[in-house]
Design a protein around this ligand. Structure first.
Ligand SMILES: Cc1cc2nc3c(=O)[nH]c(=O)nc-3n(C[C@H](O)[C@H](O)[C@H](O)COP(=O)(O)OP(=O)(O)OC[C@H]3O[C@@H](n4cnc5c(N)ncnc54)[C@H](O)[C@@H]3O)c2cc1C
Length: 796
């Protein structure tokens, strides 16, 4: 093949040498606009795992790169005068210039033709260079790729330029660990990412959000003034060393905004994108160069497979895109989480240093609690000890949540004295999920919640034996807090004929039987979720399909506006003030009945498009009176209902509110609004916000994934300092521990995992070797057998 590579960065050079190595007959030319030693940036980092890929691709470059490595294991987080160190991270740094020299030397040795100082203005210009008859043009021209831009209609790039600012500097101060230093002052919050990459130099990247950047006056400073300001700001870590710019190439020493780049297609005709031209991953996970070089490995391999001679070039390039785009997307997702953490560091800076550092280490969701244990057991056990000690040493039961903006997480967590199921004294180290949690006078023994899940098994709203066994089994299964399904406040407030209610004496006796069982037979607490279906009511049982109206509409549905949830569903009657009074009073009555049943907690369902949720979302609420329009107006009726319930519910018992933190629809509720929604309910006397999303519109475009709704809980909890319950595709104990220890939520609700395994918590305790977990005495021999099985499995 005649191959022309535009761009002599890591992607271009590595691809060129691997191509030539695969087959010396290929004619490979690299055109680079800069001179050989003129490059932006300072150092790059690779993980041990990445190096293994390089070893397999080309042993000589692998060896030379490793000979030039600065290696470290520790990450140091400096915040608020504390330094938190965790080990076992296994990273290596190398100067970008050295890396490029190694790649270029090897490429030249293998016969690649590298032409420096050759800017490719347009592919047509290649003819003038005698290179017009190429078989393949590789666009390795980096983040601002001209080739990608010129053929944008084919590559369909998506460029998301972020608002945070960063500047890539260097220093002769040698850092022993990968260092994150945070400075908080009157102007904002600033962070440095610093690491050594050779015997003399460290990279020092300063980053901050736009408000902090302007606050410090960086927008009015030239590069020298910016650097002098950064030197003053980070003086405690620089030991008198100056910060250095890479003046040969100004681009590397100016404030930049990071662009996230994606392309729908990675090739067009004879052109293919690799490296930053194809995708970018935020520098805070140090994976841009890795991705670029792994693209090079994959592209060279695909083009040299024997089968390629019998297929069109586009089929081979398809194969390359397919292989690499999945990996790129995976890393971009992790990089996005990491980037967002740093962009929003103001949100986390209030956390105690121990929790702040843990949150930082687990920010990308690729490093979990158990990963940290593998990397550095003593660090992780230190975190567990710290968390458990904090839970048992601070806070007072019964203090309530009176002060809006004060996280219950920052208050005390103590067991209620005299309980028949005393919460075990905290033994250090304790997995965070097994620490108790207190809201007002209620202490739940651990952080696991059984999500409210409709089982569509009631007749006339009466909870029956199925509900008793279903909820009872989950209480025996070790969860700290068991939620009932949404119990409806009136017959017409039901979603289906199978929904439970809380409006008749049969309902009270049915629920009381369940509550009594839970209290007498387990240490679990039980929360009644109350709701009204609104315009989503009068439908078939959920298990028959979602939102399918009854064949014959049996009751009229109501809503804030006369807009159906789906075109196939009933058009609700727009509620009058009299309707509102009735609904409010129904909620108040159901709350009084919940007291009779002995429930520990009640939750108001304001999520998922049911009545109160449909008031909050502008997608369903088009009212022109005081209950529509602004968020304040849309919240008015749900808050009125909440206050009526709070007025009935005892002061020493907590209340939660479930919200849809986003509609996942443009023009709907956003994550930003969700913070205000949560604040409004907390101000009205809620103790914790149960953070779900969506189900408010059939047009929603949710982004699913592991723990996909946790970022919304994280935002509410840390931006507004409001206690939260996280929910949504959390399946592993490891995930629960990470969420709790990082302060992304106070409790974690699991739905489907509890359908598959009522004893999810007991199993988690056995897996984690947590001996203090309560088991029903009747099941003790099962516990012993399970523990033996786990031991045996771990042993093999
Ligand atoms: C602040 C910061 C820190 C980073 N830290 C790390 C890290 O620790 N680890 C890591 O793995 N990655 C890191 N990266 C990412 C890394 O720099 C890039 O992902 C990587 O350089 C991509 O390689 P590339 O070859 O695709 O592009 P580049 O390295 O950008 O190379 C593109 C080359 O093309 C040349 N070029 C462009 N246009 C033309 C043209 N028209 N004609 C001729 N030549 C042209 C350019 O001069 C350049 O040499 C960091 C990035 C930033 C911004």
């Amino acid at each position: 093949m005649k191959v022309v590579v535009v761009g002599g960065g890591p992607a271009g050079l590595y691809f060129a040498l691997l191509m030539k190595k695969s087959n010396r007959a290929h004619a490979v030319r690299v055109l680079e606009r800069n001179t050989a030693d003129n490059t932006f940036g300072w150092g790059v980092v690779f993980s041990d795992q990445t190096m293994e890929n390089f070893r397999q691709a080309d042993a000589p470059t692998y060896k030379t790169i490793t000979d030039h490595f600065a290696h470290w294991d520790d990450i140091d987080v400096h915040v608020k005068g504390a330094t938190i160190t965790s080990g076992g991270h296994g990273f290596s740094g190398i100067a970008r210039r050295t890396l490029l020299r190694i790649l270029a030397d090897r490429a030249l040795e293998l016969g690649v033709d590298i032409r420096y100082h050759t800017e490719v203005g347009h592919e047509e210009a290649l003819r003038g260079l005698g290179l017009g008859d190429y078989d393949l043009l590789v666009a390795a021209d980096g983040v601002n790729s001209g080739i990608r831009r010129r053929h944008a209609e084919h590559f369909q790039p998506d460029v998301d330029v972020r608002r945070a600012k960063y500047i890539w500097l260097g220093t002769m101060r040698l850092f022993d660990a990968f260092t994150f230093a945070f400075v908080e002052n009157d102007c904002g919050v600033y962070q440095a990412h610093a690491y050594r990459f050779d015997e003399r130099t460290s990279a020092f990247i300063v980053e901050c959000d736009e408000r902090s950047w302007r606050g410090a006056g960086f927008d009015r400073m030239n590069t020298d003034e910016s650097i002098a300001t950064c030197e003053r700001m980070f003086a405690p870590w620089l030991d008198g060393h100056p910060l250095l710019t890479n003046m040969q190439h100004l681009r590397g020493s100016q404030w930049l905004n990071f662009p996230i780049i994606r392309n729908a297609r990675w090739h067009h005709e004879k052109m293919v994108l690799i490296g930053d031209a194809a995708h970018t991953a935020h520098f805070s996970i140090g994976s841009g160069t890795k991705l670029a070089m792994e693209d090079a490995i994959a592209l060279a391999r695909v083009l040299n497979e024997p089968s390629v001679t019998t297929m069109p070039l586009s089929a081979a390039l398809d194969r390359y895109q397919e292989e690499r785009s999945t990996e790129a997307l995976r890393l971009q997702n992790a990089a996005r989480n990491s980037m967002e953490w740093f962009e929003n560091v103001r949100r986390y800076i209030h956390l105690p240093p121990e929790q702040f550092a843990y949150s930082l280490l687990t920010r990308s969701q690729r490093v979990s609690h158990e990963n940290l244990r593998l990397r550095d057991r003593s660090y992780l056990e230190g975190v567990e000890r710290w968390f458990a000690a904090r839970v048992s040493a601070r806070g007072e039961p019964g203090t309530g949540n009176g002060e809006p903006g004060l996280a219950a997480a920052d208050r005390e967590q103590l067991p209620v004295p005299g309980s028949p199921f005393p919460v075990p004294a905290i033994q250090a180290p304790t997995p965070p999920m097994f620490t108790p949690y207190t809201m007002r006078g209620l202490t739940v023994p651990n952080r696991i919640v059984v999500s409210p899940m409709d089982v569509y098994s009631a007749h006339d709203g009466v909870p029956n034996d199925f509900h008793l066994v279903h909820l009872g089994a989950r209480a025996l299964g070790g969860a700290g807090l068991v939620f009932t399904e949404m119990a409806c406040v009136s017959p017409e407030g039901r979603i289906t004929y199978g929904c439970t209610g809380m409006y008749a004496s049969d309902h009270v006796s049915g629920w009381r039987r369940i509550v009594d069982f839970v209290h007498e037979r387990s240490p679990a607490k039980i929360c009644l979720q109350l709701g009204h279906s609104g315009r989503k009511g009068s439908t078939k049982l959920g298990l028959e399909g979602t939102d399918i109206p009854l064949d014959e509409a049996n009751w009229d549905v109501i809503g804030p506006s006369a807009l159906p949830h789906r075109p196939t569903m009933q058009v609700p009657r727009e509620m009058t003030r009299a309707d509102m009074d009735k609904v409010r009073d129904d909620f108040a009555r159901s709350t009084r009945l919940a007291i009779d049943c002995g429930f520990d907690m009640v939750e108001l369902h304001c999520a998922h498009g049911y009545l109160l949720s449909s008031f909050i979302t502008p997608l369903a609420n088009r009212r022109r009176d005081d209950y529509g329009g602004s968020l304040e107006n849309r919240l008015r009726f749900p808050l009125e209902v909440f206050s009526a319930m709070r007025g009935e519910w005892p002061d020493d018992r907590p209340m939660s509110v479930r919200i849809s933190a986003t509609d996942w629809v443009e023009g709907g509720v956003t994550g930003e609004e969700s913070v205000r929604i949560a604040q409004a309910f907390i101000a009205a006397g809620a103790d914790i916000i149960h953070v779900s999303t969506g189900q408010t519109s059939p047009d929603a475009k949710p982004v699913y994934g592991r723990m996909w709704q946790t970022p919304f809980s994280d935002r509410i909890r840390n931006e507004a300092r409001i206690p939260t319950i996280a929910v949504g595709n959390v399946t592993e104990p490891d995930q629960v521990n990470s969420i709790i220890a990082a302060g992304r939520a106070d409790l974690v609700a699991l739905a489907r995992p509890h359908l598959a395994d009522p004893a999810w918590t007991l199993h988690a305790a056995a897996e984690l070797g947590y001996a203090e977990q309560w088991w029903p005495w009747q099941y003790r021999s099962g516990k012993q057998q399970l523990e033996r099985l786990i031991e045996r499995r771990k042993g093999t």
